[in-house]
Design a protein around this ligand. Structure first.
Ligand code: GTP
Ligand code: MG
Length: 196
């Protein structure tokens, strides 16, 4: 996939605010601070289109980025951030559930998990939820620039220990926004979802 165009389209907290032009969508989910907004910028070759931050909880709405006037990448608020209130966490959960469960244009979910650690209980719950929704899932291990090459297999094995990824709808890719490791593979996965 060649990126010819990208721009921020809209922020939404409810369905009436989602884009209405009928383009396909690919959503990103993952723990706060795992690197969702960074992955969007890396894919789109834009430094700061999606706002990133070293403090978790930066993205608080569903943010739709239009790409090649052909599809949207949807940045979703991160889960597992302890400092947001219980009420806000519930509101985030509802907003994400509403979107993932009702959106017919959604063609796949990119689930980002920190490659340096074991998947958390929240990561596993999100993965199981995406399976329950029957979505094509790309599991991306993030921040792989922090891992020595000879430990890549260990990351994959750790992920596989917690997530049953031997399924037709699941792909696993180690990734780094820092070094752009496997950015083309992620783009190819997106293209395949749009072609399906
Ligand atoms: P929320 O919006 O809070 O849910 O976070 P997010 O998942 O969008 O994370 P974001 O992209 O804002 O990145 C969080 C922090 O991790 C930032 O300080 C990034 O610079 C850093 N980061 C993201 N990707 C990578 C990566 O591939 N390697 C390294 N070393 N750092 C990264
Ligand atoms: Mg973000």
């Amino acid at each position: 996939m060649i990126i010819k165009q990208s721009d921020f389209a809209v922020s939404a907290v409810k369905a009436s605010q989602y884009p209405q032009d009928g383009l396909d969508e690919i959503a990103l989910a993952g723990r706060s601070n795992v690197g969702k907004s960074s992955l969007i910028n890396t894919i789109l070759q834009r430094k700061n289109l999606a706002r990133t931050s070293s403090s978790p909880g930066k993205t608080q709405t569903l943010n739709f980025y239009r790409v090649n006037d052909n599809f949207y990448l949807v940045d979703v608020p991160g889960y597992g951030y302890a400092k947001v209130s219980k009420k806000q966490r519930e509101e985030f959960g509802e907003m994400i559930q509403d979107y993932l469960e009702t959106r017919a244009y959604l063609k796949g979910l990119i689930l980002l998990i920190d490659g340096r650690h074991e998947p958390t209980a929240d990561d596993i719950a999100m993965y199981d939820y995406a399976q329950y929704l029957n979505l094509p899932i790309l599991v991306v291990a993030t921040k792989m620039d922090k891992i020595k090459k000879n430990a890549f297999n260990k990351t994959e094995a750790t992920f596989r220990k917690h997530l049953d990824m031997n399924k037709d709808n699941v792909t696993f890719i180690p990734f780094s926004s820092e070094t752009k490791l496997n950015v083309e593979k992620v783009k190819d996965w997106i293209q395949d979802r749009l072609d399906e």
